[in-house]
Design a protein around this ligand. Structure first.
Ligand SMILES: Cc1ncc(COP(=O)(O)O)c(C=O)c1O
Length: 370
């Protein structure tokens, strides 16, 4: 499927100067020293064989310990090829052609894309940015005989909305009533700035809640393709089987390096949260001064900004607006179309050592007269 993003990338390439590119969400900090050091010690030839299909048992035990409230064991965890590999194996395990999966709109574009590729039917229900409160009620009107699961990210990509305990309990309760799995994608769990702490750590013993995690953002290890799925043992067996059939086990060297996870101090996680918050704060300031309605999100890596008043109300062509901005001013924003809604744009964290200058440049370019 063609992405609106591709038009923006092409337009940025046509811009004659340096672009201000806020398209891709990558961490703005280094991986923990403890994990890098462990990689140096364990990532050699001794880690060159296939590992067990569900991941290294020691790593599964560490993740169970870290992610649970004491009630989880390695049998609740499968190590996956990033969160995305986990989602793919999970959807492959849960859905048959024609089955439906409900997701919020806007949402991470991979959900509907993967569900469709597997022959399933994604069913998008609009989320109004109220910490999923209204959504948790509304989305059940879409449940039908072929619905198998509900998937959402919290903190959300792209909106930054985070699920509170009350909404999580409500969703679990209602999913259980309808016999659905609730897939909670926690790729940005390390970046919650506000709102209640979500107690997703206790996996529901009656197999409703499934949690998907990732080392990509929270440990700055996007390129290692390290993720995990946490669920009841029966589901873990199904996901492990699907992963084995589709992809084989995830790479062994990064898994061995991840065994140093318990040594990473809490100060690392505090520091990265501060770093991300600081960049978002500065970005919000620049966008507001340039006349946009920007706010610090409750969590995650992104600003999600309403630009409907800048567009034609009848055909709010967000992609066209972003392409023009890219071509004429060299500024790259991701159009809402790819996330399933018109009239909104997503801005990712500014990258690199010169990020402050980049944000200033962004403000200058957006504020310049036509
Ligand atoms: C909500 C969400 N889930 C999953 C992923 C994929 O993470 P990974 O790199 O672990 O596959 C991303 C990446 O941007 C994401 O935004």
């Amino acid at each position: 499927m063609k992405r609106a993003l591709d038009g923006v990338i092409a337009a940025l390439e046509r811009y004659p100067g340096d672009p201000v590119n806020l398209l891709v969400g990558e961490p703005c900090f280094d991986p923990p020293a403890e994990i890098q050091e462990m990689f140096g010690r364990t990532g050699g030839a001794s880690a060159s064989g296939y590992g067990p299909p569900g991941g290294e048992p020691e790593l599964r035990a560490i993740l169970a310990d870290r992610e649970g409230d004491g009630s989880l064991g390695p049998e609740n965890v499968v190590v996956t090829h990033g969160a995305k590999g986990g989602l793919l194996a999970l959807f492959a395990a849960l859905i048959e052609p024609g089955d439906e999966v409900i997701h919020p709109l806007p949402c991470y574009p991979a959900y509907p894309a993967m569900i469709r590729k597997l022959g399933g039917v994604p069913v998008g229900i609009v989320e109004h940015g109220d910490a999923f409160e209204g959504w948790a009620r509304e989305m059940f009107t879409a449940v039908g005989p072929r619905t198998r699961a509900v998937v959402l990210s919290s903190p959300s990509n792209p909106t930054g909305t985070t699920l509170g305990n009350r909404e999580l309990s409500r969703l679990i309760h209602s999913c259980r009533k309808h016999g659905l799995r609730l897939i909670l994608d926690e790729a940005y769990a390390a970046f919650r700035f506000a709102g209640g702490i979500v107690e997703s750590s206790a996996v529901d013993p009656r197999d409703t809640l499934v949690r998907v995690g990732s080392a990509s953002k929270s440990l700055a290890l996007c390129g290692w393709r390290m993720g995990w799925v946490i669920g009841d043992p029966e589901l873990v067996t199904l996901v492990t089987g699907a992963q084995a059939a589709l992809l084989n086990p995830p790479a062994t060297p990064p898994q061995r390096a991840m065994l140093a996870l318990p040594e990473v101090p809490e100060s690392y996680f505090y520091g990265i949260r501060r770093a991300v918050y600081g960049r978002l704060e500065m970005l919000v300031g620049a966008m507001r001064r340039a006349g946009f309605d920007a706010e610090i999100p409750a969590g995650g890596f992104y600003l999600w900004i309403d630009i409907r008043d800048r567009l034609d109300p009848v055909i709010p062509d967000t992609a066209g607006w972003c392409e023009r901005l890219a071509e004429e001013r060299g500024v790259g924003f991701w159009p809402g179309e790819d996330f399933g809604v018109l009239g909104w744009i997503r801005l990712a964290l500014p990258q690199g050592d010169r990020w402050r200058e980049e944000v200033q440049e962004l403000e200058r370019r957006l504020s310049a007269e036509e």
